[in-house]
Design a protein around this ligand. Structure first.
Ligand code: FMN
Length: 162
């Protein structure tokens, strides 16, 4: 089995999830950070796995652009996806706002893997959003998100079984 994980990550949590997933997948796994690396020919892979954070209600613009550009190849492959975000219930709405419904229906499984909201290294605007979100989550008695390693393992098991 040969898999490629293509991901975008600004503050590193989606990268951490991509690396954790790569360790759990059977066979050869290639990790591609979409902003930095050259995208290889997708035809040589059995599985394509996309990883994106949600920011301001949508998936990463580079992942969105990748989906648009490689739509035909995606329909010819098994495609899975993992999403990092603060709020799990937002992922369906965010994905449906970001990619065509037909592609959304093709991607399986789509797995929430948690996220990290750490304002320490964030730029000014992002810091403001993170602090606001953290404040309102605290007020509502909700725990801050964390990486859900159990969900990453479940995703790997499901891809390995395909
Ligand atoms: C500017 C900004 C906007 C965000 N918007 C959302 C959002 O709309 N919904 C959500 O559930 N999480 C949101 N988050 C939380 C991120 O999805 C989470 O921090 C994720 O782990 C970031 O991934 P990265 O570390 O790979 O960049 C936002 C975070 C930032 C910094």
């Amino acid at each position: 089995m040969k898999s490629i994980i293509l991901y975008a990550s600004k503050y590193g949590s989606t990268k951490t999830c991509a690396e954790a997933l790569a360790k759990k997948l059977h066979g050869d796994v290639e990790l591609i950070q979409i902003a930095n690396d050259t995208i290889p020919n997708l035809n040589s892979y059995d599985h394509i796995i996309l990883g994106s954070p949600i920011k301001m209600g949508t998936i990463d613009p580079k992942i969105r652009a990748f989906c648009k550009e490689h739509e035909e190849a995606l329909f010819q492959h098994n495609v899975a996806m993992f999403i990092c975000s603060a709020i799990e219930s937002q992922i369906d709405v965010a994905l449906k706002a970001s990619i065509p419904q037909k592609l959304y229906d093709h991607i399986h499984p789509i797995q929430y893997v948690g996220g990290i909201m750490d304002a320490k290294h964030a730029k000014f605007f992002d810091k403001m959003i993170i602090n606001l979100a953290a404040f309102s989550m605290k007020k509502e008695g909700k725990a801050l998100p964390q990486i859900e390693y159990g969900n990453i393992e479940a995703l790997a098991n499901s891809i390995n079984a395909q």
